[in-house]
Design a protein around this ligand. Structure first.
Ligand code: BGC
Length: 508
């Protein structure tokens, strides 16, 4: 039914800082997104997923929220948001917004109150823990951004948990008041007309309290040796977690909140080892989240046909009822054109495969232009994750540079100095230039999206006979109306004489 647009749907991810600037600030804004929605609609996608635009000190560029119901002035006003929603709906586009519920910014009024004392209405809204007798952190848990997951607070003389930056304190989902506040917030946005949510790190909401107080020890270590240095532990992967059932119970409550609006959810499962198992738990049973994107195609320095076969074999065995949302690029990883060193022809073959897969699909802004990762100098970096770990890890700015529209100043993105530079390699791949070139990446993406829209088997059909013959990946998509055979040469070996891709209608 109409509510199931997401099953097999295509979502276009917009990074608002870098899509279109209309205020001369050098960063993108909501008015700019509204202005460019006709272009997004022309791609044939079903929905846009907009990364956070809420009030934020921007330490993690919006994934550190200081007011869940406030639009950061950098991006505009609530009127701009309402205009964006109206424009999108006029164009038949759904709007998904990015809810970052696992943590807030340390500037959020909730945290300001919570940290003020050990006995205030919000003192238990975050994860606080006493130091060990020697004053060190409560246990050996690690932040995803490196170092201990615990930050000392001098006023409460306690540590608070943060899975990312220390300015991103973790909300305590074990507290029903926190759950209620977040459900009320989701309803606020549903009442403003959003069609769904992307749930940031959907498997991180609950920390395991027993695990917190009795952290696992690496072999041979004594109880006292649970400091991060000697026994680092990435607790987010919930390997030993007993809190997953509580996480699922919250997702069921969240679903009950959004279901009356016909809204849908795409979860981000932040886990490498157990992503498919969690995908089955979260999306394989109705009433939790409709889809979750997995990281199999968001990592790795190549994506061979054999690896695609392996992913689908594991999916079939570990997550037979799941509904994955596939993506090759997003705002957190090196753009796949660069990550997999793809010449344009190969990139078109990969895009064809992506848009023929069973599941839902996310396209990341600029991917349809074949944009490579931007090479930035150290002094141009803005992402704390990159600045901290340079040069081993260059951070995430390289995939977050401005969208390039035309041959105007800064690719038509902004008349002011953009917050990240527009690489000259991107200025050769603008939307206007590619509209004029029938062989462009842009036209190929439009063709592949059109293929998926045209063939019901590509959206909801089965996916069988997934095989690799050398570099060639092949698989069948079938529903009660038709059977399609897809073959693609997933290599940059254009000399192989193999068809780069082929989509055959076997019957129907
Ligand atoms: C987002 C990252 C962010 C992190 C912390 C991830 O899911 O995609 O950009 O830094 O969550 O919110």
């Amino acid at each position: 039914q109409a509510g199931d647009w997401w099953r097999g749907g295509i979502i276009y991810q917009i990074y608002p800082r870098s899509f279109q600037d209309t205020t001369g600030s050098g960063t993108g804004d909501l008015g700019g997104i509204a202005q460019r929605l006709p272009y997004v609609a022309s791609l044939g996608v079903d929905a846009v997923w907009i990364s956070p635009f809420f009030t934020s000190p921007m330490k993690d560029f919006g994934y550190d929220v200081a007011d869940y119901q406030g639009i950061d002035p950098l991006f505009g006003t609530m009127e701009d948001f309402d205009w964006l929603i109206a424009s999108a709906h006029d164009l038949g586009l759904k709007v998904i917004i990015d809810l970052v519920m696992s943590h807030t910014s340390d500037r959020h009024s909730w945290f300001r109150e919570s940290r003020a004392s050990r006995a205030n209405p919000k003192s238990d809204w975050y994860v606080w823990a006493d130091p060990k007798p020697d004053g060190t952190a409560p246990n050996n848990w690690l932040s995803m951004f490196g170092g201990s997951a615990w930050q000392w607070d001098a006023r409460r003389e306690q540590y608070y948990l943060h899975n990312f930056l220390s300015s991103q304190p973790d909300l305590n989902f074990h507290n029903p008041e926190v759950q209620q506040a977040l459900l009320d917030m989701a309803r606020f946005w549903l009442d403003r007309g959003v069609d769904g949510f992307r749930l940031d790190v959907v498997n991180y909401y609950f920390h395991d309290r027993e695990l917190r107080d009795n952290p696992p020890l690496a072999p041979g270590l004594r109880k006292a040796d649970t400091a991060p240095a000697v026994n680092p532990y990435n607790h987010q992967s919930h390997k030993f977690s007993k809190s997953q059932p509580e996480n699922v119970a919250f997702l069921e409550r969240f679903h009950q909140t959004i279901a009356p609006y016909g809204a849908s959810v795409v979860g981000e499962i932040g886990d490498s080892e157990r992503a498919l198992e969690l995908l089955e738990v979260y999306t394989g049973t109705p009433g939790r989240v409709q889809m979750s994107y997995v990281f199999d195609f968001l990592s790795g320095t190549d994506l061979t046909a054999a690896r695609v076969v392996d992913v689908f074999d594991r999916l079939t065995s570990q997550a037979p009822n799941a509904w994955p949302c596939w993506a090759m690029s997003n705002h957190d990883v090196v753009r796949h054109i660069t990550r997999w060193s793809l010449p344009d022809q190969a990139a078109k073959a990969y895009a064809t495969v992506l848009l023929c897969l069973r599941g839902s699909v996310c396209l990341y802004q600029g991917e349809e232009l074949g944009l490579p990762e931007a090479e930035l100098r150290h002094e141009e970096l803005r992402d704390p994750y990159g600045i901290e770990f340079w040069p081993e890890f260059k951070g995430r700015d390289g995939c977050r540079t401005p969208m390039v529209w035309d041959m105007g100043v800064n690719g038509g993105f902004s008349t002011s100095q953009p917050w990240l530079p527009v690489p000259h390699t991107h200025l050769q791949r603008t939307v206007v230039a590619q509209e004029a070139d029938a062989q462009s990446m842009l036209h190929h993406y439009r063709w592949a999206v059109g293929l998926r829209r045209k063939h019901s088997a590509l959206r909801g059909g089965t996916m069988t006979d997934v095989m690799a013959e050398g570099p060639v990946l092949s698989f069948r998509r079938m529903d009660d109306k038709q059977t399609l055979l897809i073959r693609a040469n997933l290599s940059d070996d254009e000399a192989s004489g193999l068809m780069p891709w082929q989509v055959q209608i076997i019957e129907g």
